[in-house]
Every structure is written in structure tokens, then in C-alpha cells.
Design a protein around this ligand. Structure first.
Ligand code: ATP
Length: 462
């Protein structure tokens, strides 16, 4: 059973060190979040799983890590300077700002709102009796376009020529390196370029914890295919991504596919689907898959003056711009989904235990070594085993001796550690009832089953 409210997750994340409010000791900075020690492990593991699945296991995929600051012409070519904006409305009464389209979407649905022109947003808000979520008055200003790109200046002088943007997506870093990849790797179609990196959007209404923030990470692929073969590759990618999320523990019943209507499609796309997750506040986009055609490469050819055509390997006279299928994952939204999905409350006797049932490949810690009590000889033996594991394996291994063994099991359940290993007097050869000498107990997070194994065979259980 996943979390039913976002507050359960926000509170667990702070309590256990997954995610803290940003700039906390200064009273925070609205909608910024810092990944704590366990959140960082979780994030690294999500990224590692993604990289392993989509880069290392794909013979035709190449990885990239491009710069965040790019020549501003990139964003003119991509259409972001002119089109990457949301309709902003102000409440005349309380002066709060909102995305007019999102306010309308709640009542009218995405498809109906997608067809509205900017000048129709304010009259529609009034006609539909949509009040300000803050002060409940209906006193909207006319909607105006608000560009979401963060601007900054490169160098010591702040003048027009030094203007640069923080990238609002990682995709363009891939397109501008397309020629470099062709020249150095000479890949054959179809092939993909993948990257993970930060993106920045000056969202008008961020919120719902890490669902919508102004600084976030994306995991994106641009998959280049022969024109005419897009439909086939689109379907393959849709299935691959669905399988990735469900394979890592997201229940199929909490996911759905939503195709964008014609009016909703972005300027560059001829077909887009979103994979949506059932968040505690309703369905929301987790992932997007778009057929971008040759929009980006042809725009960059035009704006850069460079030839970005691919030469057919069979026929060197055949040169063309490949078409692109773009699977675009939100890294932080994926993490939020894995957190929500893992959250479980279970009745154990008269108690309720909270357990994060992460897939073991995502759990921040693989195992915890727990001496049964604070007796010196138990601690020495447990530390010896802990040191051996962290030096001789790749496992992330915790060591905990604070509080009763029951409390320590609960703590490990709450952070999702799949197995706890207990060192007791049996391990030391001092209590036959607890177990044989040089054996330990492994406790399973989900089933609570305990098995006794020789220390020499412990690693085989991970
Ligand atoms: P939305 O409709 O929610 O604003 P989008 O359609 O603009 O999202 P894309 O441009 O397709 O999003 O970006 C790809 C992915 O990046 C999204 O599916 C989402 O997971 C993630 N993402 C986009 N904006 C944000 C944000 N402000 N905060 C966190 N993740 C985001």
C-alpha cells in the first residue's frame, strides 16, 4: 500500500535524512530541497539503474554529460526563447501569481485548456467561477506569457552580450553534440545519446514537495532513427520505459498512459504520450515520450550554419537528417514515485511498523550489522564483520548499536534496508540456544523471517 498523503513522505524524508528543506537554518527558500545522506544514495541508485538499463545494456546507446551554460543561440533555435512560457495570472486582491492553465485544468481538463489562446484565459477563469486558491476572490488580471528560462550573465560585465540561460532541459545538449558524436563514433542508425543532468525552470507555481521544483534533474535520451520508422521505435520505447518503472516496483495499477491531443502537442512534436503516476493529489506526469521528427536538427542546421546530416552507411550519396524519438524521465519525480510507492504501514501485533519496501537495487543501504546488545565482545565481533564487508564487497553496509534491537530493526525498516544481520552470543560461541559459533541471523525486511547462516556464507545472501 503506497503512501496516501504526501505529508507521510515529507515527514519520513526529514526524520530519516532522505530530503531536507533547502537552506533550512535560514528559514528555507521556497520549494528548494536538499537530498540528505540517504536521499543521495537513493538518487545515485536510481541514476545508476537508469544508466545501466538504457546505456550499458543498449549496444546502440552512447552517454554524454554536456555543459549547463550554452550559447544563447541554442535556445533561439530550439524555440525556447519564443515559446517556452506559461500563462501567468495575478490575483488583484492578494497579489499571488498562478498558472492560469493549471487553475482551469482542474475544472475543465487538460485537452479543453490546451486549445485556449492566451487572451481567453482570464475570461474563462471568470466564466468558470474559478477563485484564487489563496484568498478565494475572483479578481484575475489578464494572462500574460511568462518565459520559464532562468537568465544570468557570463563574465564580469552584466550587459546584453553576456546574457546566458540556465538550461531548461538536457535535450539540447545532446542535439548540439550530434555532429561531434557522428564524427568521432560514426554510429549507425538507429542509435541513441543519453544524459543525466540538472535543468532549471522558473516555474510560476512549484509545489507538492519535489514534484515541481525550479531546479531538478532529468534523465533524457534522444534516439535517432530513419525517417519513416518512428512509429515502430516509439512503441518499443513506450514498452521499455513502462517495464523499467514496473520492474523497479511501481505498481501497474498506479500508472497510466495519456496521449496528448493534437491541440496540446508541443510545437516540435507530432506525437507525445505521458506516463502518469497516481500521486496522492491525483494523476501527474512522471515521464514523457515524444516524436520530435527532425525539428531540432533542422533548426540547429539553420541557426548554426553547420551540416548536421547523417550519411547512409550503404549509400554514401544518401544524406538526411534523422528523426528523433525522445524518452524524457524526471529524475526527482521518479525518486518521489519510488518513495511514495515503497511507503507501507503494517500492523505487527499491537504496533504499526512503517517500512519502505524499496526494490533492493534502489534501497540506500544493502544491509545493517547489528550487535544484539552493547556488550563489548559483541561490538568487537560486529565491527570486524562490518569492516570486512565494506572493504571486500561493493555492498553499502550500515552499523548501528544505538537503542534496543527492536528499535534498530524499526529504524532500518523505515529507511528500507532489505536485510539486517544480528551478532549475538551464539555467534561468539557463548550461547547454543541463540545459534552455533560463527553463525549470524539474517532478518528479512518484508517477511520478517529470520534465518541463521554461517558468517562465511553471509555474502551469498546478497
Ligand atoms: P509538466 O507538464 O509537469 O510541467 P513538462 O511536460 O513540462 O512537465 P517535460 O518538459 O516533458 O515536462 O520534462 C520531462 C520530465 O521532466 C517530466 O516528465 C518530469 O518528470 C520532469 N520535470 C519537468 N518539469 C519539472 C519540474 N519543474 N520539477 C521536477 N521535475 C520536472
Amino acid at each position: 500500500m503506497p503512501a496516501s498523503s504526501i505529508d507521510q513522505i515529507v515527514s519520513l524524508c526529514k526524520r530519516r535524512g532522505f530530503i531536507f528543506p533547502g537552506s533550512d537554518i535560514y528559514g528555507g527558500l521556497a520549494n528548494t530541497w536538499d537530498y540528505g545522506p540517504l536521499g543521495t544514495e537513493l538518487k545515485n541508485r536510481v541514476k545508476r539503474q537508469w544508466w545501466k538499463t538504457f546505456v550499458h545494456k543498449y549496444p546502440d546507446m552512447i552517454g554524454l554529460d554536456s555543459a549547463n551554460l550554452m550559447n544563447p543561440k541554442v535556445w533561439e533555435a530550439s524555440g525556447h526563447v519564443t515559446s517556452f512560457s506559461d500563462p501567468l495570472v495575478d490575483c488583484r486582491n492578494c497579489h499571488q501569481r498562478f498558472r492560469g492553465d493549471k487553475l482551469l485544468e482542474e475544472k475543465l481538463g487538460i485537452e479543453a485548456v490546451a486549445v485556449l489562446k492566451i487572451e481567453q484565459v482570464q475570461p474563462m477563469l471568470i466564466a468558470e467561477d474559478i477563485a484564487c486558491p489563496n484568498c478565494e476572490k475572483i479578481q484575475w488580471t489578464e494572462a500574460k506569457k511568462f518565459n520559464l528560462m532562468f537568465k544570468t550573465h557570463q563574465g564580469v560585465v552584466e550587459e546584453e552580450g553576456t546574457l546566458v540561460y540556465l538550461r531548461p532541459e538536457t535535450a539540447q545538449g545532446i542535439f548540439v553534440n550530434f555532429k561531434n558524436i557522428l564524427d568521432t563514433f560514426r554510429p549507425h542508425l538507429p542509435f541513441g545519446i543519453a544524459q543525466i543532468g540538472k535543468a532549471f525552470r522558473n516555474e510560476i507555481t512549484p509545489g507538492n514537495f519535489t514534484f515541481r521544483t525550479r531546479e531538478f534533474e532529468q534523465m533524457e535520451i534522444e534516439y535517432f532513427v530513419e525517417p519513416g520508422t518512428e512509429a515502430k521505435h516509439f512503441d518499443i520505447w513506450q514498452k521499455e520505459v513502462w517495464d523499467w518503472y514496473t520492474g523497479l516496483g511501481i505498481s501497474k495499477t498506479h500508472l497510466r498512459i495519456r496521449e496528448h491531443s493534437k491541440d496540446e502537442l508541443s510545437h516540435y512534436s507530432s506525437k507525445t504520450i505521458d506516463i502518469e503516476y497516481q500521486f496522492p493529489w491525483g494523476w501527474g506526469e512522471l515521464f514523457g515520450l515524444a516524436n520530435r521528427g527532425d525539428f531540432d536538427l533542422s533548426q540547429h542546421e539553420k541557426f548554426s550554419g553547420q551540416d548536421l546530416k547523417y550519411t547512409d552507411t550503404e549509400d554514401p550519396n544518401k544524406k538526411f537528417l534523422p528523426h528523433v524519438i525522445e524518452p524524457s524521465f524526471g529524475c526527482d519525480r521518479s525518486i518521489l514515485t519510488f518513495l511514495l510507492e515503497a511507503y507501507t504501514e503494517e500492523k505487527v501485533k499491537d504496533d504499526t511498523r512503517i517500512v519502505m519496501k524499496f526494490d533492493p537495487r534502489l534501497a540506500p543501504i544493502d544491509l545493517a550489522i547489528l550487535p544484539l546488545s552493547k556488550k563489548e565482545n559483541l561490538i568487537v565481533k560486529a565491527k570486524e564483520l562490518h569492516t570486512k564487508i565494506i572493504h571486500e564487497t561493493d555492498l553499502v553496509c550500515d552499523f548501528d548499536l544505538t537503542g534496543s534491537i527492536g528499535k534498530r530493526y524499526r529504524r532500518q525498516d523505515e529507511i528500507g534496508t532489505p536485510k539486517c544481520v544480528t551478532i549475538d552470543f551464539g555467534t561468539l560461541g557463548e550461547d547454543d540456544k541463540q545459534g552455533k559459533k560463527d553463525t549470524v541471523t539474517i532478518r528479512d525486511r518484508d517477511t520478517l523471517e529470520q534465518i541463521r547462516v554461517p558468517i562465511t556464507k553471509l555474502i551469498e545472501h546478497f
